[in-house]
Design a binder for this molecule. Structure first.
Ligand SMILES: Nc1nc2c(ncn2[C@@H]2O[C@H](COP(=O)(O)OP(=O)(O)OP(=O)(O)O)[C@@H](O)[C@H]2O)c(=O)[nH]1
Length: 425
């Protein structure tokens, strides 16, 4: 029987027009995920509209209007295989709900591919995306220095851009020496699956070979068990069945558990996954489970299940590091948008703006700033308007991240660095 390859979620990030979509299109094409006749169809359609150079980018444009405007929006949920992994391409920052999806775990990326155009080098969004990747806990990075054809495959230019990037990576805490840099052209197909004769000076991996060097993320089984509740059902003959995904630790049959902030105790009677009873559930498993001692009205979406002896932390207040991604004006003390943290959505107030940071270095730029604006990073104190479970990102990273949403868009993203807990028991 064929053994399924390990799965990796890959975020493709980089400055606008640096070639993210073209690179994804090229990867899908060269790994056989898109049939050549489909590419040919796109090429003809593009030519007929005078956009002949867009063929690979077009593979990714599933929306017709987007195609006509010549920009790419929908690169979500594209799959391709290397001989070691199968990859799902997740949305990139700036595209729709990327940040929110990353944080709520819907598309937590295991690795990121940063695309940087050789003619431009490091640009504004390159910096933003690198910082955001770091904040969101993406530890593995591959860098494609793209559009090498447009700089005549010049080794000197490649080294300049590589050096700029190395500086940037060091500032945010990545180790450039552990990262693959690849001179490539997604458009021409250089160094994607085969070493290119256009870059005889380059002896490193192709993009596909570099993707194969990534390591499968370990399941966080040694952390305390945390399962944020997605829904609660009442099933006749069984009783109350909460459902959700195990984020950390192991849920076992017979375990004594506690739900916070509901502050209800129970015992796991049975666990079910894909309609089969299982003795234990691991991180990543989506399960339904039956708990002795819990009624349907006792718990709800946003509550978190944990072991009774290490219950989830309910915050009275918490200190967070945030990055403001998009705020129409100035974010000030008193602002109370909705925080999305695991499955909870709770209005929280910015009660103190403690320090403004340089988003690239993390150095303090200003103490007690009066406001924050788009692009700022800061240390802030937050007070939830209702009891809310959150954990320190250093202790349980999966429950320590949040997205801040207001009026339909993601205003900020952040991580919880300290908590003043609410005494619950
Ligand atoms: N010369 C050259 N052009 C390229 C290469 N890769 C992409 N392009 C062109 O660069 C432009 C932008 O490419 P996209 O793939 O749409 O870039 P993107 O980063 O996905 O852009 P957004 O989704 O709008 O942020 C298109 O005109 C591509 O044809 C390359 O390797 N060489």
């Amino acid at each position: 029987m064929a053994v399924e390859k390990p799965h990796m979620n890959l975020a493709v990030i980089g400055h606008i027009d640096h070639g993210k979509s073209t690179t994804v299109g090229r990867l899908l094409f060269e790994t056989g995920a898109v049939a050549p006749h489909i590419i040919e169809g796109f090429r003809k359609e593009a030519e007929s509209k005078g956009k002949g150079s867009f063929e690979f980018a077009w593979v990714m444009d599933s929306l017709k209007e987007e195609r006509e405007r010549g920009i790419t929006i929908d690169i979500a949920h594209k799959r391709f295989d290397t001989d070691k992994f199968y990859f799902t391409v997740v949305d990139c920052p700036g595209h729709r709900d990327f940040v929110k999806n990353m944080i709520t775990g819907a598309s937590q990326a295991d690795a990121a591919l940063l695309v940087v155009a050789a003619p431009d080098g490091v640009m504004e969004q390159t910096k933003e995306h690198v910082f955001l990747s770091r904040t969101l806990g993406i530890n593995q990075l591959i860098i494609g220095i793209n559009k090498m054809d447009a700089v005549k495959y010049d080794e000197k230019r490649y080294n300049e851009v590589k050096e700029q990037l190395s500086q940037l990576l060091k500032m945010v805490g990545y180790k450039p020496e552990a990262i693959s840099f690849i001179p490539m052209s997604s458009f021409v197909g250089d160094n994607i699956s085969k070493p290119s004769a256009n870059t005889p000076w380059y002896k490193g991996n192709t993009l596909l070979a570099a993707l194969n060097t990534l390591t499968e993320p370990e399941k966080p089984t040694t952390l305390p068990m945390r399962l944020p509740i997605q829904d609660v059902y009442s099933i006749s003959g069984i009783g109350t069945v909460p459902v959700g995904r195990v984020e950390t630790g192991i849920m076992k049959k017979g375990m004594k558990v506690n739900f916070m902030p509901a502050n209800k105790d129970g015992e796991i009677k049975s666990i079910e996954m894909h309609h089969e009873e299982i003795p234990q559930a691991l991180p990543g498993d989506n399960v339904g489970f039956n708990v002795r001692g819990i009624g349907k009205g006792d718990i709800r979406r946003g509550d978190v299940c944990g072991p009774a002896d290490v219950p989830p932390t309910v915050a009275d207040e918490f200190i967070a590091q945030v990055v403001v991604l998009h705020h129409p004006s100035a974010l000030t003390v008193g602002y109370t948008p909705v925080f999305h943290c695991h499955t909870a959505q709770i209005a929280c107030t910015f009660v103190e703006l403690q320090k403004k940071l340089d988003p690239r270095t993390g150095q303090v730029k200003e103490e007690n700033p009066t406001f924050l604006k788009t692009g700022d990073a800061a240390i802030v104190k937050i007070k939830p308007t209702q009891p809310m479970v959150i954990e320190k990102v250093k202790e349980i990273p999966q429950l320590g991240r949040f997205a801040v949403r207001d009026m339909g868009s993601t205003i900020a993203a952040g991580v919880c660095i300290n908590i003043t807990p609410k005494q619950m028991r």
